[in-house]
Design a protein around this ligand. Structure first.
Ligand code: COA
Length: 312
């Protein structure tokens, strides 16, 4: 694992500097957690020369679903070629090996950045969905007092089953957020603690918000990873918890990535859509599929939220 961590740091150092982020979060605990989601163990494709690692791509399995059909999506992450070995086709070869390893009705997918998008295009990956970035300025103010309906707590199967009905819509694909996935994603993350709050009024009155604080571009901000609610009023109630947190901690920005709310929810909650040229990355889900069901589930309408980007 040490050599793998060194490769990751060498590959991403310059890239992360652009965001004002140090690479010290890249460590073996993070990868051990990330490559073992509930759907199974991840796979690594590695290119070596004389025994030394030059390039690597990791894929980890996640369930995706639409209209009662589930497929495994192998999510490519931590795509890295040493600066001295770039431009020789190593990344493309690793992707091809992973594509050839796909089982029936499986997907090789990713949210590639502009460095890795050409490689995905070369192996035939096409875009399936796009999620814009939204930002909200939190003016100083008093904390809200009435929020008895919103509770914090753990993910339980009852709650997540209720949430599932909010998230899974006919004709729309999503990453499966069952209790195992949410527990792995948020409760077991080795480096971050997330604030998890629910509205739990039975099947008709449910909601979830998951957020955490971070520092990027030298600015403290709150990232909204999950934000689902059965009504606009409940969505606002949940957001108020994150707003209170910002006010207490003097955090002035909230950021999310989502294609699940439009301009109306944006106006109601004062989130502004960041024009694409100003966003740090265009979050596009791209992939290649094997099999007809995988094609139908992947090349479909999608609901995406920031939590789907595993790096946050
Ligand atoms: C992205 C990365 C893994 C590509 O590695 P690589 O082994 O050099 O890639 P390949 O040689 O297979 O190149 C594949 C294609 O991508 C293009 N490409 C590679 N690096 C690129 C870059 N930095 N910017 C734009 N295009 C790039 C190449 O032009 C190539 O197409 P071509 O052969 O038709 O010219 C490498 O640049 C890297 O480690 N970058 C830093 C980490 C990173 O951004 N990872 C992606 C996170 S999503």
């Amino acid at each position: 694992m040490d050599e793998y961590v060194r490769l990751q740091i060498a590959a991403y150092k310059a890239h992360l500097q652009g965001y004002g982020v140090e690479p010290d979060f890249m460590n073996s605990h993070l990868y051990a957690w990330k490559y073992s989601p509930p759907a199974g163990g991840g796979k690594l494709a590695i290119a070596r020369q004389s025994g030394s690692m030059l390039a690597a791509v990791a894929v980890l399995p996640l369930w995706i679903e639409a209209d009662g059909r589930r497929c495994l999506l192998w999510r490519a992450v931590d795509i890295a070629t040493l600066p001295s070995a770039r431009g020789k086709g190593l990344f493309t070869k690793l992707l091809l090996a992973l594509r050839d390893d796909l089982g029936q009705d499986e997907v090789l997918g990713s949210f590639p950045n502009r460095n890795s998008t050409p490689g995905f295009e070369k192996i035939g990956a096409r875009s399936a969905a796009y999620a814009p970035t939204w930002v909200r300025l939190v003016p100083p103010g008093l904390r809200a007092t009435r929020r008895a309906e919103v509770e914090s707590g753990d993910f339980s199967s009852g709650r997540t089953e209720t949430l599932r009905r909010l998230i899974v819509k006919p004709g729309v694909s999503c990453f499966v957020r069952d209790v195992d996935y949410l527990t792995w994603r948020y409760s077991r993350h080795p480096d971050h603690s997330y604030h998890v709050h629910f509205v739990d009024e039975g099947p008709q009155g449910a909601g979830l918000i998951v957020f955490r604080e971070t520092q990027t571009y030298g600015r403290r901000m709150v990232l909204i990873l999950e934000w689902w609610a059965s009504s606009a009023a409940r969505a606002v109630k949940l957001l108020r918890v994150a707003t209170d947190y910002c006010r207490e901690r003097r955090v002035r920005y909230m950021v999310t990535v989502s294609n699940t709310f439009g301009i109306a929810r944006g106006l109601r909650t004062a989130f502004l859509r960041v024009p694409q040229p100003l966003a740090p990355k265009k979050q596009v889900l791209r992939g290649v599929v094997r099999g007809g069901t995988a094609h139908e589930v992947f090349f479909n309408r999608w609901t995406l939220q920031m939590g789907d980007l595993l790096e946050f």
